[in-house]
Design a protein around this ligand. Structure first.
Ligand SMILES: [Zn+2]
Length: 127
């Protein structure tokens, strides 16, 4: 069965979710225990690659970049990559080389290696 939902519907839905996410994470501080803790951290005591991302996002929305880096530097550094992937997906029809670069297996492997290295380093050195 062919997917008949236009791409624009997905983009609009993503924009609405992002809009409400920005409002929620701007108004509420995840550091105040309003949000559930990471299940990986609760069960193992280890930090997963995403631990601190909600608190980092809250700090970024308040332009506290240093504090955001303290909570999760990978999340902060990944924003340009996420913007690139979003751009490539959105404008892939007009910029096919950018779209192809965003789907590169090399990029996927590099991201995986960075995430694994970040996970090990933050648990070994408590960063
Ligand atoms: Zn976590």
């Amino acid at each position: 069965m062919k997917n008949t939902v236009p791409k624009k519907v997905y983009y609009a839905l993503g924009a609405v979710i992002a809009f409400f996410g920005i409002i929620v994470y701007s108004a509420l501080d995840p550091a105040s225990n309003l949000f559930p803790r990471c299940p990986v951290n609760m069960l193992t005591g280890l930090k997963c690659p995403g631990c601190g991302s909600q608190r980092a996002l809250h700090q970024l929305l308040h332009l506290n970049i240093v504090k955001a880096m303290e909570y999760n530097a990978l999340m902060v550094f990944s924003i340009p990559l996420l913007a690139f992937l979003l751009f490539a997906n959105f404008f892939g029809d007009k910029w096919p080389k950018v779209y192809a670069a965003s789907r590169s297996p090399m990029l996927s492997r590099a991201v995986l290696i960075v995430i694994l290295a970040w996970t090990v380093l933050r648990n070994v050195f408590s960063i």
